[in-house]
Design a binder for this molecule. Structure first.
Ligand SMILES: *Cc1c(COP(=O)(O)O)cnc(C)c1O
Length: 457
């Protein structure tokens, strides 16, 4: 028999009361915002999962310092409830358009007195659940989910940097396609583009002093060298001069790093990576204040990069285990990085979790884990390292990162094949560099596999 509203309400109270956070992280936002809970006037059309009584439990008086593990499972769903059903799994609402009972209802919606979904390109109930879940994890007021990470990045830049007047500052090291878009496309729209070295705060200050910087954009950690930028410091410097800060936090995942709590204005992810986590669905997301996200959303309506509700559901499902996956990946990567650092056939390991990493102090301050990606240089040449890669039995030779399956690639072969030595040198890519994205396989199995493959060269 289905539980009565009262019984489920009591259970809800118990769940929410019992789980005081043991987490070190503190919530930057109110409980309702974190949990995607009911806002006044939001639930007129869709009967929320939480009934009247339950709403009390999600009210502002409740201790909201829930851990990421709990938020990943429940935020936007049990603790939000945009889709009218008592199904535990959020339904995939496949409709591309939503009907109105009367013209009066439609007008109330147009005048903002009634919440509704209107058309699939603007929003969708399943997608909204995903957006609320990511907002809770990023401690954001609002999130926009898009069809890919690049779509998220492009929408953000187009929306926030005015053509003909804007000035973007970015770093020489950041996601290559984002960097190319900024360099080759934004500059053609009358937008000034300045590149600075990732940790050259002196130059950044000097550029900011020109007083016309609209937005600072970078990744932390970077790929494939896992460099980190001091997000708090950069945010302070930029905000003093009225510039916005956007951080691509893909390599950290929302579990290891929360750029908004460090002062960034916008955080973007390729949700294709850790957030979805299974190498089977593409998406991106942008989180920040309501004001900034609604400006980006307006552009996104035109760009049309809406995610399908089916893909959104895949990500909701993937997110339930993100905390568990990332904790395992953090652990495996750190142990492997330490082991490889002392291996005679390894020349250099790049991982911010290593004490020897020049980025360790920054990473330790702003991350709670260092992620599942490590890069290392093997004491061999291009062909020797190809033999090492080919001798590995568990990981797939593939690009991308963050999923359950371990992936390995040699950037000189994967992304830089056929490019000049000069181009590779400019990007710090040596022929013997290997990038490993650890999945959730057993640590000893992965370790033994890597050690046996090193024996082969
Ligand atoms: C993969 C990736 C992107 C691009 O995301 P897509 O989902 O492939 O469009 C952007 N930034 C980083 C750091 C990435 O790893």
């Amino acid at each position: 028999m289905a539980p009565t509203a009262k019984a489920s309400s009591t259970k809800q109270h118990r769940l929410l009361r019992a789980r005081r956070s043991s987490s070190k992280r503190t919530a930057a936002l109110s409980p309702e915002a974190l949990l995607g809970a009911t806002l006044p006037g939001v639930h007129h059309r869709f009967v929320p999962v939480l009934q009247q009584d339950d709403a009390v439990a999600t009210g502002p008086t409740r201790d909201a310092a829930l851990s990421d593990e709990t938020l990943a499972v429940h935020a936007g769903e049990k603790m939000g409830g945009m889709v009218g059903t008592d199904s535990i799994a959020t339904p995939i609402v496949s409709g591309t358009t939503h009907w109105f009972k009367s013209s009066r209802n439609l007008i109330a919606f147009k005048e903002g007195r009634r919440h509704s979904f209107e058309y699939g390109r603007y929003s969708n109930p399943t997608v909204k659940v995903l957006e609320d879940k990511i907002s809770a994890l990023e401690r954001a007021e609002s999130t926009l989910v898009t069809s890919s990470g690049m779509n998220a990045i492009v929408a953000t830049l187009l929306a926030l940097v005015p053509a003909g007047a804007g000035h973007v500052v970015t770093t020489t090291e950041c996601y290559s396609e984002a960097r190319a878009f900024i360099r080759d496309k934004l500059s053609k729209m009358g937008i000034k583009v300045t590149f600075v070295e990732l940790n050259d705060m002196g130059t950044l200050k000097a550029v900011l002093d020109q007083g016309n910087v609209t937005l600072f954009y970078t990744d932390s950690p970077t790929n494939p060298h896992l460099k980190c930028i001091d997000i708090k410091l950069v945010a302070e410097l930029c905000h003093r001069k009225g510039a916005l800060v956007c951080i691509d936090s893909t390599l950290a995942s929302p579990i290891n790093q929360k750029p908004l709590t460090l002062g960034a204005d916008i955080v973007v992810h390729s949700a294709t990576k850790y957030i979805a986590g299974h190498h089977d669905v593409m998406a991106g997301c942008i989180s920040g204040s309501k004001d900034l996200i609604s400006r980006i959303r307006a552009w996104h309506h035109d760009l049309g990069g809406a995610i399908s509700p089916d893909a959104a559901y895949m990500i909701i499902r993937g997110l339930k285990t993100m905390a568990l996956r990332v904790e395992t990946q953090n652990h495996t990567a750190l142990r492997m990085a330490r082991l490889l650092e002392n291996h005679p056939k390894i020349e250099q390991v790049y991982y911010p979790g290593l004490l020897s990493s020049p980025w360790h102090d920054i990473a330790k301050r702003q991350m709670t884990g260092f992620g599942g990606v490590i890069s290392f240089e093997v004491a061999s040449d291009l062909h020797g390292v190809m033999m090492f890669v080919d001798a590995l039995e568990i990981p797939f030779i593939a690009t991308s990162l963050g999923g359950c399956e371990s992936l390995v690639q040699q950037p000189a072969v994967m992304s830089f094949w056929g490019q000049s030595g000069e181009e590779k040198a400019k990007n710090g890519i040596k022929d013997n560099l290997v990038r490993f994205s650890f999945g959730i396989e057993n640590f000893e199995d992965l370790r033994d596999d890597i050690l046996q493959a090193l024996e082969k060269i």
